[in-house]
Design a protein around this ligand. Structure first.
Ligand code: AMP
Ligand code: MN
Ligand code: MN
Length: 319
């Protein structure tokens, strides 16, 4: 069974690296730290390598151990969490590719199963929820620190139990994590509700730029490199901006185009209420994600990218 094989590989490995997707969200950082905490219980240490992440996640227990770079020599084992594709490991790709053995733990349904051992549950609303099941199987003790990380992943990926594949089981897991000492108030305040001033500046720009299509069902806005500079934005300051677009009256699909440095294109964030599967939209454009939240990268200027994305949304709406 995959779970037994994963445990076997962890026990065998002398050096282990944990990696997650680029522009990591709360689930990516929290899953990485959760695996690190669990591996310590196996009497081992693992390097968590995340080159850049939002300061909103620095309250997570163990985050002070996060490294920007890994070791020069190849690792015995690389574990990828919350990442559906080798490409999205970005800077972590080199550690993954040179590792002697590789493991993927994830919850994205569009998944390239890119590791030697893949443990993927698309029914889970967060990678952290997949980990809870694994840890139960392994008999890992859920202490206060681990509980805080696991709950942070679930809360950030579901927008506070609002979207994604939230089921009664998710609440049962959350209740248990709170009993184990997870700091729910701090998680909600710091990882969910906290907004930097730069984030508010970006929100202002986005409200001014909103354009509606398809009888108001599609709302699109964009942020340029110049906007990020003017707002003095740091990594993660644009997190959640697209979700605010989704809540506007009549909107079914929210789109935020975020210009990327040095690549002549935009990172596209897609969100949907119920009617449209944005993961299928993202796939048409070479990306992926979940039915309600997905993303991709599209080359071109604002108008070109907007047209390509709108076209893909229309295709999906007319299906
Ligand atoms: P974001 O808009 O970056 O918050 O991403 C929303 C969801 O889509 C997350 O679950 C991401 O992991 C996923 N996602 C974003 N970009 C891509 C991509 N290029 N390929 C596959 N999945 C993506
Ligand atoms: Mn993620
Ligand atoms: Mn996730």
């Amino acid at each position: 069974m995959t779970l037994d094989n994963i445990k076997e590989e962890i026990k065998k490995a002398k050096t282990i690296v944990i990696l997650c997707h680029e522009s990591p969200d709360g689930d990516a950082v929290a899953s990485s730290l959760s695996v690190m905490h669990a591996i310590k219980q196996f009497g081992k240490n693992a390097d968590v390598v995340i080159p850049e992440y939002s300061k909103d996640f620095k309250f997570l227990p163990g985050s002070e151990e996060i490294l920007q770079k890994g070791k020069d020599e190849p690792y015995d084992l690389a574990i990828s969490v919350d990442c559906s594709d080798l490409k999205r490991l970005a800077a972590g790709k080199e550690y993954f590719e040179t590792a002697k053995k590789t493991i993927e733990i994830d919850h994205h349904s569009v998944n390239s199963m890119f590791a030697d051992l893949n443990y993927v549950d698309p029914a889970a609303p967060a990678c952290c929820q997949v980990l809870i099941g694994m840890f139960e199987y392994y008999g890992v003790k859920i202490d206060k620190d681990l509980a805080t990380c696991l709950l942070a992943g679930i809360i950030t990926d579901t927008g506070g139990f609002q979207w994604g594949e939230v089921t009664p089981e998710t609440f049962e897991f959350a209740a248990e994590l709170i009993r184990d000492g997870a700091k729910i108030k701090e998680i909600c305040r710091r990882a969910l509700r906290h907004k930097s001033k730069a984030h508010c500046e970006l929100e202002k720009i986005v409200y001014e730029r909103l354009e509606f299509f398809e009888e108001g069902k599609v709302a699109i806005a964009y942020l340029t490199l110049e906007d990020y500079k003017k707002a003095e934005a740091e990594i993660g300051d644009d997190e959640g901006v697209v979700d605010m677009i989704k809540d506007i009256e009549e909107v079914e699909v929210a789109v935020l185009l975020k210009e990327k440095e040095g690549v002549a294109g935009f990172k596209v964030s897609l969100r949907s209420n119920d009617e449209v599967n944005v993961s299928d939209v993202a796939m048409l454009l070479g990306g992926g994600g979940h039915p309600g939240a997905a993303g991709c990268f599209v080359l071109g200027n604002v108008e070109q990218v907007k047209a390509k994305v709108l076209n893909a949304i229309k295709q999906e709406m007319n299906k």
